[in-house]
Write a protein that binds this ligand. Structure first.
Ligand code: NAD
Length: 247
C-alpha cells in the first residue's frame, strides 16, 4: 500500500512543474489530491490524462480568500496534507529597478498565498489531530541572489512562515517543513541560470552550478516531508539542489 492511502492532500501549482510531479506521485501512492492552480486548461489536461487517479481539480488564485474557501470546500472536511508549492518569479533585476507592481505580484502568490492556504487548513488539521505541510522555498530563500529582488525576499518569508508555523503547531501534531530546490526544469521562466546569475553565483560557490533537476526529484523530497516517513521532522528546510549549496 502507498504512503498516501486514505489521505487527502492539497497541492498548489498542480498544473505544472514540481506541483504536477508531486500531484502524480501522491496519486500513484494512493492519495486523493486536491489539485489547485490558476491555469484552468492545465488542470483540465491533468484530469483528462490521469482520469484513473483520485484527483479533484480546483481553479483558484491562492492569494484570494474566496478562492481559498473553495479549495477547502473541495476537501470535504478532510485535509491530511498541504503542499504550498505555487510560486512565481520576477525579472532578474536588482531592487533599484523593482516596480511596486512586480514586488506585489510576487508577494501575492509566494507569501500571501502560502499564508492564506496554511491558515485555511489549520482548523481541519486541528480537528483531525494531525497534519503535514510542506512549503516550496528555494535556494534563493537561503543564499539570496540569483533572481530578481522580490523573489529571494519572498522565499526567505516562506522559510519564516515554515519555522513559525512548525513551532506554533508542534504541540498539535501538525508538522511544517520546506524543500529548497536549486535549479529545476519547469515553466517558471526565471533566469537564475542566466549569465548574470552564473557570473555572480558560480565563482562564490567555486563550482559549476549543477544541471537543473527534474521536477520528479523535488517531488520525491516533498512527498517524503508530507508522508509519515518524516514523522520526526518538523521545522526543517531541506535543500534539494544537486550539491549547489554544499560546495
Ligand atoms: P511552474 O511555473 O512550472 O509551476 C508553477 C505553477 O503555479 C503554475 O502552474 C502556475 O499556474 C501556478 N500558479 C502561479 N500563481 C498561482 C496562484 N496565484 N494561484 C494558484 N496557482 C498559481 O514552476 P515550478 O518551478 O514548478 O514552481 C513550483 C515552486 O518551485 C515555486 O514556488 C517556485 O518558486 C519553486 N522553485 C522553483 C525552482 C525552479 O528552478 N524551477 C527553483 C526553486 C524553487
Amino acid at each position: 500500500t502507498g504512503r498516501f492511502e486514505g489521505k487527502t492532500v492539497i497541492v498548489t501549482g498542480a498544473a505544472s512543474g514540481i506541483g504536477l510531479a508531486t500531484t502524480l506521485r501522491i496519486a500513484r501512492e494512493g492519495g486523493r489530491v486536491i489539485a489547485v492552480d490558476l491555469n484552468e486548461e492545465g488542470l483540465a489536461a491533468l484530469k483528462e490524462e490521469h482520469a484513473n487517479r483520485d484527483i479533484v481539480t480546483v481553479t483558484a488564485d491562492i492569494g484570494e480568500n474566496e478562492d481559498v474557501a473553495r479549495v477547502i470546500e473541495a476537501c470535504n472536511g478532510q485535509c491530511d496534507g498541504l503542499t504550498n508549492n505555487a510560486g512565481i518569479m520576477d525579472k532578474f533585476v536588482p531592487i533599484g529597478e523593482v516596480s511596486d507592481e512586480m514586488w506585489e505580484k510576487v508577494f501575492h502568490v509566494n507569501v500571501l498565498g502560502t499564508m492564506k492556504m496554511t491558515r485555511a487548513v489549520i482548523p481541519l488539521m486541528l480537528g483531525a489531530g494531525h497534519g503535514s505541510i510542506c512549503n516550496t522555498a528555494s535556494m534563493g530563500g537561503i543564499v539570496g541572489g540569483a533572481a530578481g529582488a522580490a523573489y529571494p525576499a519572498s522565499k526567505f518569508a516562506v522559510v519564516g512562515i515554515t519555522k513559525n508555523t512548525s513551532f506554533m503547531y508542534a504541540p498539535n501534531n501538525i508538522r511544517v517543513n520546506a524543500v529548497a530546490p536549486g535549479a529545476v526544469r519547469t515553466n517558471i521562466g526565471g533566469d537564475f541560470a542566466s549569465h548574470l546569475a552564473l557570473a555572480r553565483v558560480g565563482p562564490r560557490m567555486q563550482v559549476v552550478v549543477p544541471p537543473p533537476a527534474a521536477p520528479e526529484e523535488i517531488a520525491a523530497a516533498i512527498t517524503f516531508l508530507l508522508s509519515d516517513d518524516s514523522a520526526n521532522v518538523t521545522g526543517a528546510v531541506l535543500p534539494s539542489d544537486g550539491g549547489w549549496s554544499a560546495a
